[in-house]
Design a protein around this ligand. Structure first.
Ligand code: F0G
Length: 451
């Protein structure tokens, strides 16, 4: 018998899960006005809202937290953080920030963006908001192929022509690994090398949005034949070597609950960042973080490139993808490590994109089993022409849930699948001017079926 891939850890600290009843959940969902961000986490049974900051730290990370040196300047924890990040990335100037979006904001603040464009394989929404808030336009140029390895790649022909069209106007280029906005698909090393070459020829700087760099490195080794015999560390290092700098939310592959990093090679840019960091985050040797956070990040970055951890991580999301497919849901393939994305438009063909099928399906998973997921469709981004795919993201926190939790999600999915053609349309009744999905209030135009 083929041996299963097991969770490569034991559990020493547990958090109880509060069970809720379907009746209770119906009331709670109405009180939250059909917005899952409005629920209390205590009213959620399996929380798959995000993989960001929700991971379980290791015993070594907790031990490192106790060693945290909280000195204002020159703390021991800073020197450990700096050397671990430099060794991993080869980038000389690194700055701790309170999370990824702070690193993005500082990069944008020091980059003279007004009237420029930023080209990308897919800007994450906070990156886009920071770019556009600084007066530049963000342009996404992902490949169009679906269902193939490396669906997160940059479309090289479109990229080369955008570099020509916007010559002199490109502030910088961002490669997001993995590409969260296109179903968490990974980027090949071949594609990254080609983008890097085109940037060098055009004299444009290239930044990596590196928050899921380790998961991307694993996909490269698995799916890119020329890379099969390399270590994950060597692959990750080459990803950074191809860039002029990076932003990183440490809440993902550094497996901590808070933190971010900005790294650059150019000493002149580093000097500007130092000034901005001190003005808005904190002194250069702690940035937006406590000494204990720097320790936890350093330790997390040392742990994440472990083969058995990443093998388990992909096995877990693959297992969830199969559980959802088995009961008839269409999922984005190949499944990303950090999340499985379900096509809600295909699941609910009676609903138009404007009826918010993704949010209706996400609400149904909550009603049926207390599972919290995240809509990635018209609620998040507004309507588009041509209409975008209406997705629901089932994100997997790192080292938190076991296989039986995923089996539970599969069983709930079976109940939801039975009524998916009866799920109601939702209408927004209140919304904020930007990033509306966090706070929009909705109503169901007809009642949800019994779940
Ligand atoms: N870049 C990517 C690709 C991300 O996925 C995120 C966050 C950020 C940057 C911003 O980092 O949250 O530390 O400020 N993604 C989370 C998610 C929120 O749920 O996918 P942050």
């Amino acid at each position: 018998m083929a041996r299963p891939i097991i969770e490569p850890f034991r559990i020493k600290v547990v958090e109880p899960i509060r069970m809720t009843t379907p009746r209770e959940r119906r009331r709670l969902l109405e009180e939250a006005r059909f917005n899952l961000f409005g629920l209390r986490a205590d009213d959620v049974i399996v929380d798959l809202l995000t993989d960001s900051g929700t991971g379980a730290m290791s015993a070594e990370q907790w031990a490192a937290m106790m060693r945290g040196d909280e000195s204002y300047a020159g703390a021991k924890s800073w020197f450990r953080f700096e050397s671990v990040v430099q060794e991993l990335t080869g980038v000389p100037s690194v700055f701790p920030t309170h999370q990824g979006r702070a690193a993005e904001r500082i990069l944008c603040a020091v980059s003279a963006l007004s009237g420029k464009v930023v080209l990308s394989n897919g800007l994450f929404d906070t990156t886009r908001a920071n770019v556009e808030g600084s007066g530049a336009r963000g342009i996404d140029l992902p490949v169009r192929e679906r269902g193939v390895a490396f669906g997160g790649n940059m479309d090289l022909a479109a990229f080369a022509s955008a570099l020509r069209e916007h010559a002199g106007q490109v502030a910088f280029v961002v490669m997001t690994v993995t590409n969260n906005t296109v179903g968490g698909q990974s980027v090949s090393l071949e594609n990254l090398r080609a983008v890097s070459n085109l940037c060098r020829e055009a004299g444009v700087t290239l930044f990596l949005d590196a928050c899921r760099f380790a998961e991307n490195a694993f996909a490269i080794r698995r799916d890119e034949p020329s890379e099969r015999h390399r270590t994950l560390r060597a692959i990750a290092r080459e990803m950074f070597d191809l860039c002029d700098g990076f932003t990183m939310s440490a809440k993902k592959d550094a497996i901590v609950n808070i933190g971010g990093i900005l790294g650059v090679r150019d000493p002149a840019l580093a000097e500007k960042i130092r000034v901005e960091l001190i003005r808005t985050e904190g002194f250069v040797t702690y940035g937006g973080l406590a000494g204990r956070d720097l320790e936890a990040i350093a330790q997390g970055l040392e742990e994440v490139l472990d083969d058995s951890y990443l093998e388990y991580r992909f096995a877990a999301s693959g297992y969830l993808a199969r559980a959802l497919e088995r009961v008839g849901f269409e999922v984005v393939t190949p499944a990303a490590a950090h999340a499985v994305y379900v096509d809600a438009g295909a699941a609910c063909p009676h609903l138009a994109p404007g009826d918010l099928p993704g949010q209706s399906l996400a609400c149904a998973f909550y009603l049926a089993g207390g599972i919290r997921t995240c809509e990635i469709g018209d609620l998040m981004f507004g309507s588009s022409d041509p209409p975008r795919r209406q997705l629901v993201r089932f994100a997997l926190p790192r080292r938190v849930y076991t296989q039986s939790h995923v089996d539970y999600v599969g069983a709930v999915a079976e109940d939801v699948a039975r009524v998916r053609d009866k799920l109601p349309a939702l209408s927004i009744v209140e919304e904020a001017p930007s990033l509306r999905h966090f706070s929009a209030a909705m109503i169901a135009r007809s009642p949800f079926p019994d779940l």
